[in-house]
Design a protein around this ligand. Structure first.
Ligand code: GDP
Ligand code: CA
Length: 319
């Protein structure tokens, strides 16, 4: 069984823990196609927050209390960078995390692509999941605001998404290509899952890479998405500000309709909503997307594995 998961960072990482748990002990091959829109150059190093969040989660070295970065992190280097006045004072680079960034930058400067750099970096830990960046190209999400265009990280981390976003641009996407292995993974998959990641700044930048959306639309595997919205609210984070900016209501059904049915130009065959959103199942099915309501809180890997079980069940239902 070959499973492909489209994923952002923290939410996607949490979901992948459940995917790995569900398939534990089987010979399933799990591949995550990961957003790179949050990536950037800062103080001379290439930072890839979503790839790293997933890697740290799957390796069990993430900081579960803070919700991001490495456990047991220190920030001595960051303090020195601040004293020199370089970097972004509001964007802390942990010392352990910098080890990852330096390693990635080392490989990139040797001429390797991000996918190969990621393969070498992740080889350190038995993750049980292959991490593929969506592209080797530098595709960065930019946020258009009345105060100008800024990198997604600046809008999200510095301004806490408080400046109204007028739109999002995936800079570099039109000229980019999927990373080696991405289209092959999609075409060879038995099941494609859209993680309950931010639709606008995690999943959309992946779909913006020319060829990816088409590959998903043409895949022989069923495509099942999991709602990141429960009871009209984002479960964790500030994704509502992103959805509002692109004119999509913050609801489980609106996000499903935004992704759309594969039968009518979209990417979904089926969509999972939380039990509390059972009332919108009919609306989603009316749009040609099979829908079921099950608990969608990813409290721990075992609970999240039940979401995966439900996704497989709905994928197997006759159309
Ligand atoms: P990021 O790249 O670190 O922002 O992470 P993602 O984009 O992968 O995931 C962020 C999204 O995960 C948020 O917008 C939440 O709506 C969603 N999310 C977080 N926790 C849960 C959960 O327990 N259940 C569900 N259904 N969604 C969740
Ligand atoms: Ca992210």
């Amino acid at each position: 069984m070959k499973v492909v998961v489209l994923s952002g960072g923290v939410g996607g990482g949490r979901f992948l823990l459940g995917v790995r748990e569900y398939f534990g002990g089987t010979d399933a091959e799990i591949t995550a196609i990961v957003n790179v829109g949050d990536d950037m150059w800062l103080t001379g190093v290439r930072i890839a927050p979503d790839l790293d969040s997933i890697m740290y989660s799957l390796a069990g070295v993430n900081d579960t209390e803070r919700g991001w970065g490495r456990a047991g992190e220190s920030e001595r280097v960051s303090a020195e960078l601040r004293a020199y006045g370089v970097g972004w004072p509001w964007f802390t680079l942990g010392d352990l995390d910098l080890g990852t960034h330096l390693t990635r930058t080392h490989y990139l400067r040797e001429g390797l692509g991000l996918a190969e750099a990621t393969r070498r970096i992740t080889a350190r830990w038995p993750l049980g999941v292959t991490l593929l960046p969506a592209t080797d190209a530098e595709v960065e999400t930019q946020v258009v605001t009345a105060e100008g265009i800024m990198h997604f990280q600046e809008w999200w981390t510095r301004h806490r998404a408080a400046i109204p976003a007028l739109g999002f641009e995936y800079r570099g996407a039109p000229d980019s290509q999927p990373a080696p292995g991405v289209l092959e993974a999609i075409a060879g998959a038995d099941l494609i899952l859209i993680a309950p990641s931010n639709p606008v700044v995690s999943i959309a930048p992946i779909l913006a890479i020319p060829g990816v959306r088409e590959a998903i639309r043409g895949a022989s595997a069923p495509v099942v998405g999991i709602s990141p919205i429960i009871a009209g609210a984002v479960v964790r984070g500030m994704a509502e500000a992103c959805l509002t900016a692109i004119g999509v209501e913050t609801s489980a059904s609106a996000v499903a309709l935004h992704y759309g049915s594969r039968a009518s130009g979209g990417i979904l065959d089926a969509w999972l909503v939380d039990s509390v959103d059972a009332g919108v199942v009919d609306v989603i099915e009316g749009a040609g997307i099979r829908a079921v309501a099950v608990p969608l809180w990813m409290t721990d890997p075992a609970t999240t594995a039940e979401i995966v079980r439900a996704a497989i069940a709905v994928a197997a239902e006759p159309v």
